[in-house]
Design a protein around this ligand. Structure first.
Ligand code: GH3
Ligand code: MG
Ligand code: MG
Ligand code: MG
Ligand code: MG
Length: 302
């Protein structure tokens, strides 16, 4: 294994000169998936489609320069974290400075030394794998693999500021699994954990916009943050989630409300252009959840 969690990393080699591509291909093809591009436009397309783990990038190319390719990759959320190493015949200080300013992690001069390029690629792949792992540990819930409370709190603060600045609506759904203590008591904690994983996955699959966020809010509670969404939209998302959970047909311990595991949901929305306090927004959602429980569970209040 070359790197932990990265058995065969995917490299993109970008160069308009066939001999350079060939040399780099030979250096990496045995232990990497290698994709190639011979101009800047193609490089951008391959990056978006293939999501390489690292890019080796030439500067001088017939269409878009390597600088421009790098700048565009750094500007897109989907590609901004891909490490880029410039490989160039220009070895002056100004070029090197510009490469780093555009967001490259490293700079290698031509003619290419095979050992150097392999060592640098290995180092940056390892760093990337470690930082991915760290981000995962910091922002994901270990049990359900949806986002954790820390991530939710940070995103809520950001989205609250964005909604204020752009006068856009923002909605929040708080979800609580019904009779979950009894579920654990009857089926055991391991089955309880499995149930939480299924609930989390079902909620995640019901959210359709890339800007929507689901997080584990606490024990058997989840929260969904829906930017740019008004109350009516959020209510319909909440009902979709509730129905999808019932459709999982997970046997319930307390069947007084439903034969299958059900959830209660509280929804609240901040209208476009309104002013208010973030703490009131959260307690409003909590209050609605409490109403849903009080009215008999397996329902949405908002
Ligand atoms: P209600 O319908 O009113 O929500 O009742 P409930 O039993 O779901 O609510 P309560 O708050 O009394 O119990 C929540 C239970 O969730 C208790 C706790 O043991 C369980 N729980 C919390 N976190 C986890 C977890 O990570 N795994 C498992 N298996 N159970 C958990
Ligand atoms: Mg070139
Ligand atoms: Mg609870
Ligand atoms: Mg409770
Ligand atoms: Mg509960």
């Amino acid at each position: 294994m070359l790197l932990p969690g990265l058995e065969k990393p995917k490299l993109l080699i970008v160069d308009d000169h066939p001999l350079n591509i060939q040399m780099l291909y030979q250096a990496f093809s045995a232990d990497h998936h290698v994709c190639m591009a011979t101009n800047g436009k193609q490089a951008l397309e391959v990056c978006l489609k293939q999501k390489p783990d690292l890019v080796l990038l030439d500067i001088e190319m017939p269409d878009i320069s390597g600088y421009e390719v790098c700048a565009q990759l750094k500007a897109l959320p989907e590609t901004k974290d891909i490490p880029i190493i410039f490989v160039t015949a220009h070895i002056d200080e100004a070029t090197e400075t510009r490469c780093f300013n555009e967001g490259a992690v490293d700079f290698i001069s031509k003619p290419i030394n095979r050992n150097t390029v392999r060592a640098r690629v290995r180092t940056h792949l390892l760093l990337k794998a470690q930082s991915d792992l760290l981000r995962q540990l910091v922002y994901l819930d270990g049990l359900t693999e949806v986002h954790n409370r820390r991530c939710f709190d940070e995103r809520l603060n950001q989205e609250w500021m964005l909604a204020t600045r752009h006068q856009t609506p923002l909605s929040l759904i708080i979800i609580d699994v019904d009779f979950f203590k009894k579920y654990n008591d009857l089926y055991g904690h391991l089955a309880g954990d499995d149930c939480l994983r299924r609930v989390a996955k079902t909620i995640q699959q019901a959210l359709k916009r890339p800007t929507d966020l689901v997080a584990r809010y606490g024990g058997e509670e989840f929260a969904c943050l829906l930017p740019n969404t008004e109350l009516s939209g959020a209510m319909s998302v909440a009902e979709t989630i509730r129905l999808h959970i019932i459709e999982q047909k997970i046997p319930q311990a307390d069947t007084s409300v439903s034969p299958f595991v059900s959830i209660s949901l509280g929804v609240c929305s901040r209208e476009a252009g309104s002013t208010g306090m973030l703490s009131d927004f959260l307690s409003q959602a909590d209050m609605q959840l409490y109403q849903a429980k009080r009215k008999g569970r397996n329902q949405t209040c908002g």
